[in-house]
Design a protein around this ligand. Structure first.
Ligand SMILES: [Zn+2]
Length: 265
């Protein structure tokens, strides 16, 4: 993963080795039109930012990648485990903004699917063999609910993907350095079949520093991906206020960046 620029959009570009079928990455906060504290590429509809600014930013992102705003699909995220499947074309996907879901799978080209995040992990999946893509919003709840594993299973059941062929990228999110959690999270991860000792470090009695990306890496391995097909960003969004939004850092004044992926025509 490395920083790249397309049009005026500065983003963390992801290249899946040996795959030319999709374009994908993770946005930064740069070069949008939102004013402080949402400066400037705030892509989250559920913030106190001006709606027109967010729409302007969504349009900037879509157009930079050659599609119109109606082809940018982001569901209404609720920290749940519903997965939306798009298997036919549509000229206007904007109604998805009111459809609840925390992951999207599609086989449709020129449809940009995305999830908006501040601290949560955005995860991109691509099966270059069957040309199927997915995007997943994984906070601690979605992780405990094994959402990324369910998305892989969905690619398998809906479109015949082989998990061994799927490439994954876990984007910039809050890292261990800045993410203290307590017992309810440990309990939920245990229930979700995630090895707590691999992703959490005890710092104080009843307090752990959690590595969300490591937990999702384990889930991807459980889903049947190979470790060399999983890329993970090493950037902590909470440490890097110049690059990224972080809810834990900025609370209600935090904008949202986006993990996005699109199949080429
Ligand atoms: Zn940090």
């Amino acid at each position: 993963m490395q920083m790249n620029r397309i049009g005026r959009i500065q983003y963390v570009e992801v290249v899946f080795p040996g795959s030319q079928c999709s374009t994908q990455g993770f946005t930064t906060r740069h070069e949008g039109v939102s004013r402080p504290p949402y400066n400037s590429l705030n892509l989250g509809m559920n913030t106190q930012d001006q709606q027109a600014a967010v729409e302007g930013n969504r349009s900037l992102l879509a157009r930079a990648f050659g599609v119109n705003q109606e082809s940018l699909v982001t569901p209404r995220q609720v920290h749940g485990s519903d997965i939306l499947v798009i298997n036919e074309p549509n000229e206007d996907f904007s109604h998805f903004l009111s459809v609840e879901g925390d992951a999207v799978i599609t086989n449709q080209p020129n449809v940009m699917i995305g999830v908006c995040v501040a601290d949560c992990a955005p995860i991109l999946l691509c099966d270059p063999d069957k040309k199927i893509i997915a995007v997943v919003h994984a906070g601690w709840k979605g992780t405990a609910d094994r959402l990324v594993l369910k998305a892989v299973a969905g690619m398998q059941s809906e479109f015949g993907s082989n998990p061994g062929q799927i490439q994954a990228a876990i984007g910039p999110c809050i890292k261990k350095c800045c993410y203290e959690v307590d017992e309810p999270v440990r309990h939920a991860f245990h229930k979700g079949g995630i090895t707590w000792d691999l992703c959490a470090e005890l710092t104080n009695p009843g307090k752990w520093q959690l590595d969300l990306a490591a937990a999702n890496h384990e889930l991807l391995m459980q889903a049947g991906l190979t470790s060399d097909s999983i890329q993970t960003s090493d950037q902590c969004v909470c440490c890097h206020s110049e690059q990224f939004f972080s809810y834990r850092r900025d609370k209600e004044e935090s904008g949202r960046q986006m993990g996005f992926i699109m199949l080429k025509a």
